[in-house]
Design a protein around this ligand. Structure first.
Ligand code: ADP
Length: 259
């Protein structure tokens, strides 16, 4: 049995096909989220990669900010549920999931059975989200996937005192003008995002094991800063950006098998 999960985010569409609820058969990721052709392209890509066709798929669950716009789904489920399911599939021991996406950050507490117990979310402010990193990367003219290598070269992260993205943008520009090293600026930007989200984690309560999900999890600069901020290790997978789509595919499998 094949089930498909699609996660239509604010910046990126992700898709994953699961075989018999246990094996990842194929996955795809396309830049372009809600309101773009990203959703149809990511589906096309996953079928291309897997060699499967729509008729092979037994159930589809959609998640993400754009899930309501996706007509070809049997169910639409919140990102909180899907990130919790996806994270637990990869890390069975996980109790706290930190999801940092393109426009929000969520911290999810799950119990030993994988059920979501509680969550906190920042969807009001770009600071502490991927958006903050995207804006800063743009000013520094560094591709977002290269931020981590700059951060790794810094031994003294620059202090970014503004918590507002717009003011922080001016602050970064003025530090650049003063000749502050780009690596230190990038490291400071990573620390700023990590500290904002760590405040949410601490409010919810840190229960190990902790893992990161969402696109920003790929940035080791943010990951390391987050470990410093919460005072403990964070599990991370190279598939972290796909956890929502994975959780959606698991949800689709369970709906078929347990209802
Ligand atoms: P959404 O679901 O809201 O579209 P994602 O979880 O897909 O969000 O994450 C998107 C964010 O991930 C982007 O805003 C960007 O900052 C970050 N990101 C994407 N790819 C990378 C990468 N290779 N390295 C570091 N950060 C990345």
């Amino acid at each position: 049995m094949y089930t498909l999960g699609i996660d239509i985010g604010s910046t990126t569409s992700k898709c994953l096909i699961l075989k018999d609820g246990v094996k990842i058969a194929a996955s795809s990721l396309v830049r372009g989220g809600i309101g773009t052709a990203g959703a149809s392209e990511v589906i096309e890509k996953v079928f291309e990669e897997s060699g499967l066709v729509r008729e092979d798929i037994n159930a589809v669950t959609a998640t993400g900010y754009g899930r309501g716009h996706y007509q070809d789904a049997d169910a639409q489920v919140s990102e909180l549920t899907c990130h919790a399911l996806g994270a637990r599939f990869v890390f069975p021991e996980v109790r706290t999931v930190i999801d940092i996406g393109g426009q929000d950050a969520k911290v999810i507490a799950i119990d030993e059975f994988g059920v979501m117990k509680n969550f906190l979310m920042n969807d009001k402010c770009a600071a502490g989200t991927g958006r903050f990193l995207d804006v800063m990367a743009n000013i520094l003219r560094i591709p977002v996937h290269e931020l981590e290598s700059y951060a790794a070269r810094s031994s003294t992260p620059a202090a970014i005192s503004s918590t507002c993205t717009v003011f922080a943008e001016s602050e970064v520009i003025s530090q650049l003008a003063k000749g502050v090293d780009t690596a230190d600026l990038v490291a400071g930007i990573c620390v700023s995002v990590a500290n904002r989200v760590a405040a949410l984690v601490k409010r919810l309560g840190i229960v190990p094991a902790v893992c990161m999900s969402g696109g920003v999890a790929q940035n080791s600069g943010v990951r390391r800063a987050m470990e410093n901020a919460i005072g403990g290790d964070i599990l991370c997978s190279e598939n972290a950006q796909l956890f929502g789509a994975l959780g959606a595919a698991i949800h689709a499998f369970r709906t078929r098998n347990f209802n």
